[in-house]
Design a protein around this ligand. Sequence first.
Ligand code: ADP
Ligand code: ASP
Ligand code: MG
Length: 440
Amino acid sequence: MKIMKFGGTSVGKPERMHQVKDLITRDNQKKIVVLSALSGTTNALVGIGDALAAANKELAKERIDVLHKHYLAFYKELLKTDAARVKADKIVKEHFEFLNIILKISFNEAINRDILAQGELLSTKLFYTLLQELDIQAVFLPALDFMSIDENHEPELTKISDKVKVILANYPGDRIFVTQGYICKNHRNEVDNLKRGGSDYSASLIGAAISAEVVEIWTDIDGMHNNDPRVVDKTRPIAQMSFDEAAELAYFGAKILHPASIWPAQQYNIPVKLLNTMEPDAVGTTITAKELGTGVKALAAKDGITAIKIKSSRMLLAYGFLRKVFEVFEKYKTSIDMITTSEVAVSLTVDDTSHLKEITAELEKYGTVEIDTNQTIISVVGNLIAESKGTVAKVMNCLEEFPLRMVSYGGSRHNVSILVDAKFKNEALRSLNEGLFEWN
Ligand code: ADP
Ligand code: ASP
Ligand code: MG
């Protein structure tokens, strides 16, 4: 069995949904099709939630109406028969009635998560209606029946696996299963989600849950490129990379993959393929355990980083100092990305600043604390970077024009990370692109 996940742009237009239908019926292999919301929908739902959080019901209503119109036009173009259109009309009505009812009740975070779930529910139901219209046999699998996270927001892989297997056993003769990415239930049995871009994570988790042969991530680009194509003009796809390399790139900002989407596949050694819905025969990227080649393969950048420096002369030769510092972050469930130390100071970076005030107050017990906001981590990722002669010198040469706030090297064999002020990000990525890769 394989997993085929299609992102927002792959289902964002009626003709694209038809293309997805073609792609899932190209072979007879059993597959679970994981769909995102139509492109733009989750952003629109975030906008509705924001308006409600600001108690601006008028604006929320306006936004609901704009989205509603979009869906009415969408299904009319997607479906041709009256019977299918009647079904789609019922689906759209049901979900927009739900959004309109929310306008009348008092808003809270759990309701916001319910709002965010509407996108994937709509896309999968409309896609399933298309399959029915075309007489393509398929089974609709509600993700909320099996996808779950615990109180720490971690997916419950064993439970997910047990539940999916029981459900699938009910359909021994079926070949196509359709489910939602992104959405899940939390430990309070409320509707929740796997964070923005989370459909990739759903696909990989479901792949691990059923020991799939492959997890295919179908998107709007022909695989993982060597640099961020939104920032740098000249980029190219990478045909093969290792789980470790892909995980570093995803974690450090390559938007093509959700940051956590590699580990479930890696744990169960399931290949992940990144493929282009608009160019289905392009090679794409295959991610496996194999480590190929040495040297730099790709760059990624993670924005919204805050650097925290704790300076203390007491740190000098004092054992236990770092433990105390880390304990503060642990207490506030804030994970650290980068760390560099000197004899009298330690610098760390975080991307979650929701407890920055409390963390700073506690760290001040140990020394003076300096905070730099608006930083970007640039990650240079590859295989055996340390062993590949001259690589780090080249990286530094490319960055000579920019002040470097932190440099982390040697933590893994796959990565050199550099922290710069966000305003230098684009130029730094371009300069590294020219200096580290050969272009002919
Ligand atoms: P989907 O909606 O299919 O999940 P995303 O927008 O989440 O698609 O991810 C695909 C996008 O990721 C591409 O269109 C591209 O702009 C962006 N991207 C950023 N970094 C990279 C990279 N290194 N390689 C490929 N795409 C990247
Ligand atoms: N629809 C969700 C989002 O836009 C999940 C996803 O597309 O992966 O973040
Ligand atoms: Mg995505």
